[in-house]
Design a protein around this ligand. Sequence first.
Ligand code: GLA
Length: 384
Amino acid sequence: MDTTILRNRFREQFGHTGDLFFSPGRINLIGEHTDYNGGFVFPGAIDKGIAAEICINASRKVRLLAIDLKSDNYVEYDIDENEKPTQHWACYIFGVCKEMQKRGVTLGGFNSAFSGDIPLGAGMSSSAALECVFAFALNTIFADGRVDMFELAKIGQAAEHNYCGVKCGIMDQFASIFGKQGCLIRLDCRSLEYEYFPFNPQEYSLVLIDSCVKHSLGTEYNERRESCERAVALANRKFQNVETLRDIDYAMLDAVKSGLSDTDYRRSRYVLDEKERVMAVSDALNRGDYETVGKKMYETHWGLSRDYTVSCEEVDFLVGIAEECGVTGSRIMGGGFGGCTINLVRKTLYDKFTSKAVREYSKKFGITPKVYPVVIGDGTRKLQ
Ligand code: GLA
């Protein structure tokens, strides 16, 4: 990412320079809505993200400039303030500061400006990138890197829970921090054990098609989580050691079915299905069997659309076009309610598919979808 404008604006605003940090967005091959259910996910960091320049300012003031925003882009508050800022974007950073302070990190005032190239609300985790770039930067400048990387990811997640109203899982922050060039990460969200999977198929590419339906995760996302929690609570009364849907099999779910609404049952069953698909995909990747990977991606999509109900007409249409074109795999990515599809496509079909998707989608919805070839990049880091 080119940081020239960021550096110039920082200098104009504050009259000095600071240190530069970068945190990426993420893709997720498979394992959707499994993270907060104690399951597995398969994300990777991308080459797009958020860069922040930051410098300690020897006062108690936090000064923040969001240089991509046209208005309401400057915020100043006291590091000891407990009332969160009115600007939503600033709450992510405010939340990260508070969560670090809760963990005993001594923070002072700082000046910062940031900028990014991840499309917002497209399911590529711009919010996790924002949280993680600040968690990492503050850890570097105020704590000599003493907070470990797992904790930084958890700080980002806690900021989102407690200051931004989204009860997200750990996947996005983990992928942003631990990303590695050319590798996907199979992460066990219960134990946080993870394994890098080099992902460089000769004959296939990953490409995102952005429906441009903007999502902002909130109530509807939290409701999905609550559905799962209700199933867990019921199963927990009947069986031992049930903490998340990870601990439940189909027979156990059926044993509590009568106590669940149809919606909660279907959502929970989707999570059990997805658990199996992630394992099937990791076996398939080990064999280099991308056709199976793709088949599972379609199954995930229709599960998310019909059972978990987090898709929308526009995204279903894009997946439909992928199916028609013979694309190997396609599905909605991230929290849902809009955003991108992730597509595993044979290189020989790439141009035909992407141009058809753009053409047909524009014709139907009057919006030109964006096409983002996936480049799997490194995780959060200091630049220069
Ligand atoms: C969002 C959340 C993640 C995860 C995905 C769905 O991206 O932030 O924790 O739950 O949705 O898989």
